[in-house]
Design a protein. Sequence first.
Length: 325
Amino acid sequence: MTGDARNWKFLFLLMGAAVVAGLIIIGFSGSQYTLILLYQFFIFLTLAASYDIVGGYMGYMNLGHCCYFGMGGYGFTILANQGFSLGWAMTGGVLITLVFAFLIAIPFFRLRGAYFALGNLGLIMLMEMAATNLKGLTGGDDGMTVMISLSAKTLYHTCLIITIGTLAMSTIIGKSRFGLALVSIREDEEVARSFGIRTFRTKLTAFLLAALPAALVGEFYAISLAYINPGALFGVEIGLMPVTMALLGGSGIIVGPVIGAVVIYAIQEVLWTQLPYLHMAIYGGMLISIGLFMPGGLARIGAFQRLLEKLSLGSRIYSAPAKGG
């Protein structure tokens, strides 16, 4: 690394530390509205960053990523309403989600490309139907009240920690041999297998790593709502948002989900107030437009990509956009 590159990287780390410090200060001094706005942003950023482990690095577009989010939320709420403590209910919700992710990975990894994406999209609808029909367990359309509550400050700082941890995990994966194995699978799975990569085990590990933070933020999202129903945790909007964020920012690049989350969350605030009945169509249109006109995302636009290279955030394993499985 040249001296100029080291200077750029040091500046980036300094700016990152300043942003984190500022966010911590906001958590103690910000208004209730600011805290709610930001911790919801952290939840969606975590979803986008965890989605990108499978969707970006490995190239399997998992449109059903929010299933882990919903499973975590429902698992936690059911256990909490049965009298379990906060810690045990959260642990149980995560374990239920990981077992679920493990079980669906076995049949779903037999699918490739568009079939994998559509199969997972169908899974969201299936889970929403299951949550609607299992009234004795989930409350059905009537929903469930979450018996455990936390203050806005606690939710804010906890979600901030989860988000930082998820981004750190994504960075470590991206710079590791495991990350290189994921990208090898993305580029050509058969060739990766012929070079000794245990593709199924690698894919399964990525699947579980992606499910973990999604389940965690699903639990805290349920707490923040205080009342959940199938549409809130398994709705198509929840399914499309993290995918759109990752693709818009630059799927398969460490900072891509961050860029996409900032842009999409800002747009979302306008859509909810100005176009409450059209925001889903706009999400779908954005996904199609990104695929047609900007498949690499914002992070792969000329000058911005060169800046990422200087900061060592656009290394060679992210040089090609994901192929979709």
